[in-house]
Design a protein around this ligand. Structure first.
Ligand code: FES
Ligand SMILES: [Fe+2]
Length: 451
């Protein structure tokens, strides 16, 4: 396989003095935050309905009308390539008539989307196209019945993010501010040189944070991932918190390989990062030492708050999306993109390696969560350096949850940032919603605090 070309070689981790005494660590958040459905509901409002979340790569949308549907933290939506301006747009998968899902397939292609309940249809820009028999209905305004849009951002590298927050005020944090500096780091990898290969999912009986805890450190790698030691020097693994994302660094094993002096292509037969097969011994006597070309790229591994990651290697990159269904049920979704022209064997080698490591992590989570559920353990001490990424992301979780909880306490009701359904024109609806508030019947944004 050939080595990838990059805009520039990756920056190294910042130099740190690791010889002196370490600063004090801190404890994890309490275990109840990994098991309580009430806390999970609060996390949805405080975190998942306010954050910019990685979803997919733009290269998967070839032509106008191509769409994919998703469910993230209980919200169903789809992303479609608009025929109007060619941009990727996200909409809640909720018909404006009586709330039936407009899109019912995982993926498809159509520039007109018809609701299969009463036949309303929408164009690829979310605008209501037709509402049968409504033409002469007094007061009905087509333009006021477009699909509810969801904020999207596609980076210049093609990474597509959504944000469910319906806040249109100046308090809303733009993508560039949310992930300040991310764009520069993403430019270290040539995403254009890769194409979609495959996806797979794992169904986990654990909290979303159980997976993120393991993802955000490699303290567990020597014990839990013995195979990884052939790929990089685990003692050099470092997680550096940035602006709601973390860059993971590690020195790769720059394996010296013996090659023939007149070797035709040093890439041939070499494995990437030392994973998988080793280079065969040379047949000629005349050899020289060369650095393994598969190991020249240190990788671009990025954790994206709250529950996503993008990991780029030479032969492939993949995304992981950690999709919570409840406090103790989480889907792990992996999309793999391989280097254009990469041979099938190398693709398989990458997928096999990835699946092995991810399964090792998955099994750690399954058993950890069982103990968290038991109610014996509450909190543990974290290493200030080796678990710095865990400290960082749990700190962001804590701060966002606390801030939102205080807001709700002050307001005396639940506040759902994703809620878009309030019909401000209809006074009677507001009146009826208010009744609901007082009896806690739960209408999205105004359900009273019941905990
Ligand atoms: S719910 Fe979609 S047309 Fe009635
Ligand atoms: Fe792991």
């Amino acid at each position: 396989m050939a080595t990838a070309t990059f805009a520039k070689m990756p920056s190294g981790p910042p130099k740190e003095d690791t010889n002196g005494p370490l600063l004090a660590g801190e404890h994890t958040l309490p275990a109840s935050w990994w098991t309580s459905e009430k806390i999970f509901d609060l996390e949805k409002r405080a975190i998942f309905y306010k954050s910019w979340m990685y979803t997919t790569h733009a290269s998967r949308f070839q032509k106008a009308g191509d769409y994919y549907s998703y469910t993230v933290a209980g919200i169903n939506f789809f992303i479609i390539k608009s025929k109007v301006d060619g941009k990727l747009k996200a909409f809640h998968n909720v018909c404006r008539h009586r709330a039936y899902p407009v899109v019912r397939k995982e993926k498809g292609s159509s520039t007109i989307l018809g609701c299969k309940y009463h036949g309303w249809s929408y164009n690829s820009d979310g605008k209501l196209n037709k509402a049968p028999h409504f033409d002469n209905v007094e007061g009905f305004v087509k333009e006021e019945n477009s699909l509810f849009p969801i904020k999207t951002h596609t980076t210049e590298q093609g990474l597509v993010f959504v944000n469910f927050n319906s806040d249109e005020s100046e308090n809303f944090i733009s993508f560039d501010k949310w992930f300040e500096g991310l764009n520069v780091e993403l430019n270290e990898f040539d995403f254009n040189d890769y194409e979609y290969h495959m996806s797979y999912e794992l169904d986990g009986q654990f909290n979303w944070k159980t997976l993120m805890d393991g993802y955000q450190e490699c303290y567990h790698c020597p014990t839990a991932h013995p195979g990884l030691s052939t790929a990089f020097k685990m003692e050099t693994y470092k997680v550096v918190p940035k602006s709601r994302y973390c860059r993971h660094y590690a020195e790769i094993v720059r394996e010296e390989v013996e090659i023939e002096e007149d070797n035709k292509d040093p890439d041939e037969e070499s494995s990437w990062f030392g994973f998988g097969k080793k280079k065969a011994a040379p047949v000629e006597k005349k050899v020289e030492k060369k650095v393994n070309p598969g190991g020249e790229f240190n990788g671009l591994w990025i954790y994206l708050f709250p529950s996503n990651g993008v990991n780029c290697y030479s032969p492939a990159w993949y995304s992981i999306r950690v999709l919570p269904l409840s406090a103790t049920h989480t889907i792990l979704q992996y999309d793999i993109y391989t280097k254009k022209g990469l041979d099938e064997e190398s693709k398989k080698e990458f997928v096999d390696f990835l699946q092995l490591v991810e399964l090792e992590d998955f099994n750690l989570c399954q058993l950890t969560q069982k103990n968290l559920n038991e109610g014996i353990y509450s909190s543990g001490y974290l290493h200030p350096q080796k678990e710095r990424g865990v400290l960082y992301y749990q700190g962001v979780v804590r701060d966002m949850v606390k801030a939102h909880f205080e807001k709700e306490t002050k307001a005396g009701r639940q506040l759902n940032p994703a809620f878009v359904g309030r019909n401000s024109k209809n006074q009677s609806i507001q009146e009826l919603e208010a009744i609901c508030d007082s009896v806690e019947c739960g209408s999205g944004s105004d359900k009273s605090l019941d905990w």
